[in-house]
Design a protein around this ligand. Sequence first.
Ligand SMILES: Cc1cc2nc3c(=O)[nH]c(=O)nc-3n(C[C@H](O)[C@H](O)[C@H](O)COP(=O)(O)OP(=O)(O)OC[C@H]3O[C@@H](n4cnc5c(N)ncnc54)[C@H](O)[C@@H]3O)c2cc1C
Length: 460
Amino acid sequence: MDIEDFDLLVIGGGKAGKSLAMDWAGAGQRVAMVERGMIGGTCINVACIPTKTLVNSARLLALTRRATEFGITGAETPAIDLTLLRERKESVVSTMVAGQRKSFLDSGMDLVIGQARFIAPRTVQVTGDDGTLRTLRGTKVVINTGMVPFVPDIPGMRAVTPLTSTTILELESLPASIVIVGGGYIGCEFASMLSIMGVAVTLLQRGPSLLPREDADVAAAVATAMKNDGVTIRLGVEATSVSRASGSVSVQLSDGSEVSAGDILVAVGRVPVTDGLGLDAAGVELNDRALVKVDEFLQTTADGVWAAGDVAGSPQFTHASWNDFRILKSNLAGGSWSTRGRLIPYCVFTTPELGRVGMSESEARAAGREIRIASMPVAAIPRARTVGELAGHWKAVVERGTDLILGVSLLGHESSEVIAVVQMAMLGGLTYQQLRDAVIAHPTMSEGLQLLFSDAFLEQ
Ligand SMILES: Cc1cc2nc3c(=O)[nH]c(=O)nc-3n(C[C@H](O)[C@H](O)[C@H](O)COP(=O)(O)OP(=O)(O)OC[C@H]3O[C@@H](n4cnc5c(N)ncnc54)[C@H](O)[C@@H]3O)c2cc1C
């Protein structure tokens, strides 16, 4: 068996792994990156990029329907053309994939297309699509294999071949109706965009509110926005069995009722890609959540092997994996950059969107923090008036005594942009008064932060 040796061997070209591979290869190190097919990883191919491209079309459709309100006539009956929509999405994705492939090759790395499996410490066998085998060994190894959608073992579910967040992107026609199982971020994003596109959506959620990680009032505000766009939300119900007959899917629910629709999307979570990786042979252990066990420096239980991104239990966002890259770049060179205490914002691209950073009110109370709550309708912001986007609510958690901002939940127009302003204030240790009293350009959504932290909206 011929073993090819490298300074760095990356298994799975996710955000962290591909960034590190390019960085090391560009610096003249011998690098191999094994990727089983999705050049650029999950984000670009089947997650953030295609879904947000589609969300943009849904929003444009919603706005166009309101064209006369903005003094524009001649656009009264806009409609989705799924062929054109898919073409645009595919062109955005393929342009980015091509750019990535070029960057990988330009960096000088050995891009190995195939399925990797450990056969010994720091050593993998790669099976190419044509069955060719290569054996690669790294002085240092990074595992970045990501996650894939989880399909629960509900009677009948697998037999109806439900859509997942990946396969729904390939649909050639929109169903007239759909039932979405799971009211987390992915379920809510699809429910929101499909409903705007004219699909009759029923969203099922096992727990008492959508987006279980959010405060109940924030989740309720998201639910209200979706209901206003036509989504039927069923809380506190579980799918107990699923069947398909004459072009329709029926879902039996725990409360004895039944929901039928043209199709079904399962969005109840994602599972780490560790099966078939041969981790035992590498001495890499899993934790009790079946994720690759890493310490705060992203080091696994095997010498010379690190892991990053979703598979290592980092928060399931591309920007978290990107931050893992920075940590790995430091730590593989002997540093000790820790994942502890990272401030990781996130956004839920419903319409309107939710931007989140820091602690929620319930998290702050559970941690025993003395807090004040600021709460304000988005309609109070002048910019929201000019653009006619009045839906949503902003909420902030401020610590009594220190006056520091502990976190915010911003539901409303352009919240995914405004959230970075708050994040910078938090990173810089600004008090709420310093943010409130800063000169912020008018009329912008960010300017709304001055209102949020004013006496009118911050409880005393
Ligand atoms: C529908 C959807 C929407 C999302 N939207 C957002 C968003 O808006 N913003 C955001 O920040 N996050 C979003 N996410 C989450 C984000 O996509 C993930 O957190 C991120 O892509 C994880 O990247 P990663 O570095 O862990 O690895 P990934 O990008 O998942 O890459 C893993 C790679 O490993 C490869 N691989 C796996 N096993 C092997 C093997 N044995 N051999 C070789 N290669 C292998 C895979 O093909 C894959 O390319 C979304 C996710 C979904 C599903």
